[in-house]
Design a protein around this ligand. Structure first.
Ligand code: AVI
Length: 325
């Protein structure tokens, strides 16, 4: 195998890794986790006893599905259609789609995700389980998905669930919502899941579970680079680290080098030296208080109209109405 000829443009993955390992301290964007194996491991995480986020959000959706749909459809007789950003396996969405079908007989559902395998699984399952829902999957970044979102028709309910917003800095989250809102008309509804700030004794196990699934999810990043960028990361020489950053109100995941080592990434034509104990920051998951999320919503042109919470008071589902930029 030879490194790619330098005249060819680098793939998104190659340039993200070149940038991330070139800066100090080193950090990589979390979207790199989601190759087919990474998406599978994430699904496993959502079923872990320690990872309360998915269960909490599901319980909110199950309890309030009909009133959420009523709220989203307020002020219009038109059919409501659903766009989901970062849909993944779309398991939680089923309960909302059922409520929409109860209201209007059928629905159009556009799941957007960068993982094609997760989308395929979701589409096949929904087609089997919910024949009254037409599924139009879009494997793309949010930006690239805008034309597909516009094509859904004027009355849209946009879902951004699972506290995925927490993987972005606030200014990035605002510009992501602004980008999406370019495809929305005033009156459109946004459902935004946000994990709440709480005791690190609850937060940290959710990102460092006893069965080691989150550690495998984090380390799978190196397996992906070994395969896709012809790198030679030795997985045994790295440790999964989850820590609480109180000042930034976020759980952080890092990969820590357990010895001094050199890694060759052939597709980049680079060798990287890592000191013993050096960390590569792989993900931040912000934990919110309500004013912080409301600020993000307002800055992107949404009025926060209501918040729903799970019975254990851990997770919030914010209902925002788009009023225009
Ligand atoms: C997708 N995202 C919201 C998850 C989170 O909680 O930040 C990803 C994850 N990382 C480790 N565990 C789960």
């Amino acid at each position: 195998l030879k490194p790619r000829p330098s005249t060819e443009p680098e793939s998104d993955i190659a340039s993200a890794v070149r940038q991330g390992l070139g800066r100090s301290p080193r950090a990589l964007p979390p979207w790199l986790f989601y190759d087919a194996r990474g998406s599978e491991l994430f699904e496993e995480i959502t079923r872990l006893p320690e990872y309360y986020l998915t269960r909490a959000e599901r319980s909110i959706l199950e309890t309030h599905a009909d009133s959420i749909v009523q709220w989203a459809a307020r002020g219009t007789e038109e059919r409501l259609h659903v766009v989901e950003l970062g849909a993944g396996s779309a398991v939680k969405t089923g309960v909302l789609l059922e409520a929409i079908v109860r209201r209007q007989g059928r629905a159009l559902y556009v799941p957007v995700d960068i993982s094609e395998t997760a989308l395929q699984d979701a589409t096949l399952r929904l087609q089997r389980e919910q024949p009254n829902v037409e599924v139009r999957p879009v494997a793309a970044t949010h930006e690239a998905a805008l034309p597909a979102i516009r094509a859904v028709g004027p009355r849209r309910m946009v879902l951004f669930l699972g506290s995925s917003i927490g993987n972005y800095e606030d200014n990035e989250a605002i510009s992501l919502l602004q980008t999406v809102s370019r495809a929305l008309a005033p009156g459109a509804a946004l459902l935004l899941g946000a994990d709440r700030r709480k005791d690190p004794a609850v937060l940290l196990p959710a990102y460092d579970d006893a069965a080691g699934v989150t550690a495998a999810f984090n380390k799978n990043l190196w397996s992906r680079l070994n395969r896709e960028l012809w790198a030679d990361f030795d997985l045994d020489a790295w440790r999964h680290v989850a820590l609480w950053n109180d000042e930034r109100s976020q759980v952080e995941m890092h990969l820590e080098s357990t010895r001094p080592q050199q890694v060759h990434i052939r597709a980049l034509g680079e060798r990287y030296h890592f000191a013993q104990g050096e960390r590569v920051h792989t993900e931040s998951s912000v934990k919110y208080d309500r004013p912080r999320i409301e600020h993000i919503l307002r800055s992107a042109g949404f009025v926060p109209e209501a918040v729903l919470t799970d019975p254990e008071d851990r997770f919030d589902l914010h209902l925002g109405r788009f009023i225009g930029a």
